[in-house]
Design a protein around this ligand. Sequence first.
Ligand code: ATP
Ligand code: LTN
Length: 337
Amino acid sequence: MIKQKKSESSIAKIIFSGIQPSGNLNIGNYIGAISQWVEMQKDYDCIFSIVDYHAITVKQNPEILRKRIIEVTKIYLAAGIDPQKSIIFQQSTVPAHTELAWILNCYGTHIADLNKMTQFKDKTGDNKESASVGLYDYPVLMASDILLYGTDVVPVGEDQKQHVELTRDIARRFNGEFGPAFKVPTAVVRKEGARIMSLLDPTKKMSKSDDNQNNCISLLDSPENARKKIMRAVTDSGSDVVYDVENKPALANLLTIYAQLGIRQVNRLERDYAGKGYGDFKKDLADVVVKFLENFQAKYNAISDDEVLEILESGRQRAENIASKKLEEVRKLIGVR
Ligand code: ATP
Ligand code: LTN
């Protein structure tokens, strides 16, 4: 029997994911999200967005934001997202996202849902009253991103699972009221590397919007700066290189980074470093990180801005084509058409 190509099959599953152009993307974003997207392209129809309207839920400098949209696109491309196969587009260029978000604000989302969102609580702390309404409503825009495309699977880091759960609730509620308009998506989180921790505090997530950039290795850090950050990363008491999240959380995090970027399993690393100390381990990890960054940045630097603009325009057209149909169906269901 002739094997059906994925694009000709009617059952190819759909993937949607996105990253905010809100800071310098780091190896946490790469390991937790982008690297699994690259693998998934083989088996799924993929849509990857640069979610700029999510980024403005906190203040952004317009000049920097404009630059970062191009930068994040280049990062997707350098990591191996193939624009011939997958759709790459900028969220704000497809207005269906914000329009559906409004409809879902009215149908499907309860205030009690948003009050449970831990990301909002973590990001605002004691300053909830002065946070933007957009930051509070952020998960509804994310639900609309996902639901517009009939998404089956949403590959994300650990911190985004709750938002995908909410998306499922919203879809079910809407479908319950108006009929089966939306597919109910599932979050997929990597088994290892779904939550890369800060280099200076292993109880905190490595975050691109952290004020202290020594917490993370940016994908565009100079290799030498990255080396320094690894050598300065905190370790735990003791000296044995063993994976023990409870008692050695900092080392466990470094082992995960090594395993993911160096493509060597953690238990193999434990064997390789038996009898050696943290110093040797960190030196080798720094080499792995430097090699990874050099390779990644060579690809990144070879991509021109013009190429990016062309890819985003073609992605916009393909995304718009899918999203506008779903939105029109929803408008009819709720009675505004
Ligand atoms: P910020 O920290 O600025 O709020 P972020 O670094 O979480 O943002 P996002 O754009 O919100 O970046 O996330 C992009 C993707 O990267 C998401 O799928 C998210 O789960 C994943 N991700 C972010 N940080 C990490 C991390 N430290 N480890 C693993 N995955 C991560
Ligand atoms: N909130 C996500 C970014 C994001 C997203 C999405 C991820 C916006 N829309 C749709 C997956 C699917 C984050 O990572 N902070």
